[in-house]
Write a protein that binds this ligand. Structure first.
Ligand code: SAH
Length: 479
């Protein structure tokens, strides 16, 4: 997935272009009782054969000779041996009627010939360790009962896939298989009470969020049933709004809570400040609603955004209002929740890493410093409609602090002039961090007298943060 386009504005619906590596589409194939042709009887065939037997396939092994393990399978009646070379006539005879073919000999040319013949018959074929002639590949798997997590890099980096599998392995609780079996066994009961898909989804999500999930994982079905029944009996929950800070752009800076809500929302309202990499992490079937500025028109007025949230929540949706940075720092979070309260809509608020924190850390500029900055002031450089900057100039000119200016790029000349006018020296340090924490981050340092010119020359664009004060001199970059 291409997330390096973080600088080019939000993408629609998180659809990325396909490329040779992402063109591998994972599906699960039913193998129980199904015929699979395994070409080769050696070590490589053993690995694949074991996997196939685990999934209940009926295997025909086409090989001249058999490794003792495969021989054992044949003798126990679990596998049929078709003796002979994997030449064209043998393949033409045995390929038809197979659902899958594994070309698993240790001879790449033979495997490729098998692949070509199977392909000609439109039978999915995997030439082991050779993605190029294959029409399917076998992903690395994590298994917990009926639960399968498959990791594939599209053949690009099998070692990475295996490493990721190990990490997921450690992450997935042992009882996940039991939990899945429990949920399957209670499915009919839930569907009967709640015929609407949306309602059922919500019940199961609430179940998974509550203690019942852990109980089912531990095999305590009686307790889990009590929880599930309580959820089934509860009246249908009304919708709600989650106001969530998504941080300054690097998806790794999301909080766990933000990520969880992003995975659970029915709809997501977002604007320009949100990097596309973050949108990619929203649940696939959530409705993405763009409420920011578009080229040919202004941003939706705040009232309309509020009304949209309220309308959706009242219709029962779990609405995620996803905000860049932190919702309560120049994010209009306060106004939005006031409107929600007035309409009687329940909300949850999740803080995010604000641009000041993100930009400071990713540019190496501390916001406070024992030697020179005992305080830090966040101000907005956004001018009022008449172009006037209504700011606490006297406070901002205090030298023992850092001043962080949000939305200050278009008014930078006025800001610098204002501070100089209040007596700060011409060489007072200033930094600009553009697209902080994102792949295209740029950092500029200068002084009150030259920073506006620098920004203009470098064509600095929003979002960018201005940091004023001696902390800029303490900037450190990792060796
Ligand atoms: N609620 C947000 C701020 C919204 S105001 C927060 O807490 O960060 C929008 C301003 O935030 C931008 O004009 C810019 O000054 C700053 N900003 C947001 N994301 C930024 C980023 N990734 N890099 C630099 N500045 C950013």
């Amino acid at each position: 997935m291409n997330t390096s386009s973080a600088s080019s504005g939000p993408v629609a619906g998180g659809i990325s272009e396909s490329d040779p590596q992402t063109g591998w589409f994972p599906i699960s194939v039913r193998l129980a009782g199904v015929r699979v042709l395994l070409v080769g009887g050696g070590e490589i065939a053993v690995n694949k054969g074991r996997l196939l037997l685990d999934h209940g396939a009926r295997i025909d092994v086409l090989a001249e000779s058999l490794n003792p393990v495969v021989q054992g399978w044949v003798e126990s009646g679990r596998v049929r041996h078709v003796a002979g070379r994997a030449d064209e006539s043998a393949l033409k005879e045995h390929l038809p009627g197979c659902r899958l073919v594994y070309a698993a000999t240790d001879d790449r040319d033979v495997n490729r010939q098998v692949a070509a013949l199977a392909d000609a018959l439109n039978i999915p074929v995997c030439a082991v360790d050779d993605p190029q002639p294959s029409s399917f590949i076998t992903p690395a798997q994590v298994r917990r009962g009926a639960v399968r997590v498959a990791v594939s890099t599209g053949g690009a980096a099998p070692v990475l896939a295996r490493r990721l599998r190990e990490q997921i392995e450690a992450l997935l609780p042992e009882g996940t298989g039991r939990l899945s079996a429990y949920m399957q066994s209670r499915r009919a009961q839930v569907s009967e009470r709640y015929p609407q898909v949306q309602d059922r989804k919500r019940i199961w999500e609430d179940f998974l969020d509550g203690p019942g999930a852990e109980e089912a994982r531990n095999g305590d079905d009686i307790r889990a049933d009590a929880r599930l029944n309580a959820l089934l009996d509860a009246a249908r929950k009304p919708g709600e709004v989650w106001l969530v800070g998504a941080g300054p752009g690097d998806p790794d800076l999301l909080t766990l809570k933000a990520l969880r809500l992003m995975q659970n929302a029915d709809s997501v309202l977002y604007d320009n400040l949100l990097s596309p990499a973050l949108l990619d992490m929203v649940r696939r079937d959530a409705e993405l609603v763009f409420v920011g500025k578009q080229r040919d028109r202004h941003a939706l007025p705040q009232d309309e955004i509020n009304n949209e949230m309220i309308r959706r929540a009242q219709a029962g949706e779990r609405v995620l209002r996803l905000k860049g940075g932190d919702p309560f720092i120049f994010g209009r979070g306060g106004e939005e929740i006031e409107a929600l309260v007035e309409a009687g809509v329940a909300f949850r608020l999740v803080p995010g890493i604000s641009a000041a924190n993100g930009c400071a850390a990713y540019s190496g500029i501390p916001l406070t410093h024992r030697d020179c900055a005992q305080a830090c002031l966040f101000v907005t450089g956004h001018a009022k409609a008449d172009g006037v900057l209504d700011l606490p100039w006297d406070d901002m000119a205090d030298r023992r602090q850092t001043v962080v200016i949000y939305m200050g790029i278009s008014t930078l000349p006025q800001l610098a002039a204002g501070l100089l006018g209040k007596g700060l020296p011409a060489d007072w340090p200033v930094a600009i961090v553009e697209r902080g924490t994102q792949p295209a981050q740029r950092v500029f340092t200068g002084t009150l007298s030259n920073i506006a010119l620098q920004a203009a020359e470098a064509q600095v664009k929003s979002p960018a943060l201005v940091i004023v004060g001696q902390v800029v001199m303490h900037r450190v970059v990792s060796p």
